[in-house]
Design a protein around this ligand. Structure first.
Ligand SMILES: [Zn+2]
Length: 227
């Protein structure tokens, strides 16, 4: 643990002068392009390769967003709901992504049955309820999965799409339905490969150079990332 603190001490001292100047330019404002909802998994650091100031991040167990009720309030976590409101209403973000990943402990717990956690981790057991419909979706899934993809990973991909629907249940997103773009991402840790959901193919495709070029091609349109 101490070496992490040593690293923190060296953050400013050993920083590239260009990055230090970048931080100075950000001292009084931020204009992030993306609101990212990601799992808190420790292996999920730095996968976006983004610069400071580009991504507003919400991290939680299982990249879960508790949905909004009829009144527009979160049924499970006002912190996440606040991040969505702040991101859209104050920061002006118009792109939102939910990113899941392989070998997710939250998905494994769901498969085992979250009821097993009631004694040892009651909050976690309650939290996972917001992802539980993913189990039913997996049972009759319309997604196209790669051969051999583990059950927890298939569940994780279903869960990403479910959580994007939860994001869309909030008023700031509904009000801007015509301008807000929702993206489903999934990161394969072992392959170090990000995937993007393509609705017309009903599958997550590797986000390699060819796919990025295709997305940037005029006429390709916005990534059709939601069902
Ligand atoms: Zn996870």
């Amino acid at each position: 643990m101490l070496h992490l603190f040593h690293g923190l001490v060296g953050v400013s001292e050993g920083m590239d002068p260009r990055l230090k100047a970048h931080f100075q330019s950000l001292a009084h404002e931020q204009n992030p392009e993306l609101l990212l909802v990601a799992c808190g998994d420790s292996r999920f650091e730095q996968v976006l390769g983004a610069q400071p100031g580009q991504v507003f991040v919400v991290r939680c167990v299982g990249n879960i967003i508790a949905p909004a009720d009829q009144s527009g309030h979160s049924v499970g976590d006002v912190s996440e709901a606040s991040a969505i409101e702040y991101g859209l209403e104050v920061l002006g973000i118009r792109d939102i992504a939910v990113c899941g990943h392989s070998n997710c402990g939250a998905m494994a717990a769901l498969l085992r049955g979250r009821q097993q956690l009631h004694q040892s981790a009651p909050n976690l057991a309650s939290w996972l309820a917001h992802a539980e419909p993913s189990l039913e979706r997996l049972a009759c899934s319309k997604l196209s999965f790669p051969a051999g993809l583990a059950e927890a990973d298939r569940l994780s991909q279903e869960n990403v799409l479910l959580q994007l629907e939860h994001v869309a249940s909030f008023q700031p997103v509904k009000r801007r339905a015509a301008e807000v773009r929702l993206h489903a991402l999934w990161f394969d840790i072992g392959q170090a490969m990000m995937h993007l959901y393509e609705a017309d193919q009903a599958r997550f495709v590797p986000l390699d150079e060819a796919e990025v070029l295709r997305l940037l091609t005029p006429g390709a349109g916005d990534p059709p990332t939601t069902r």
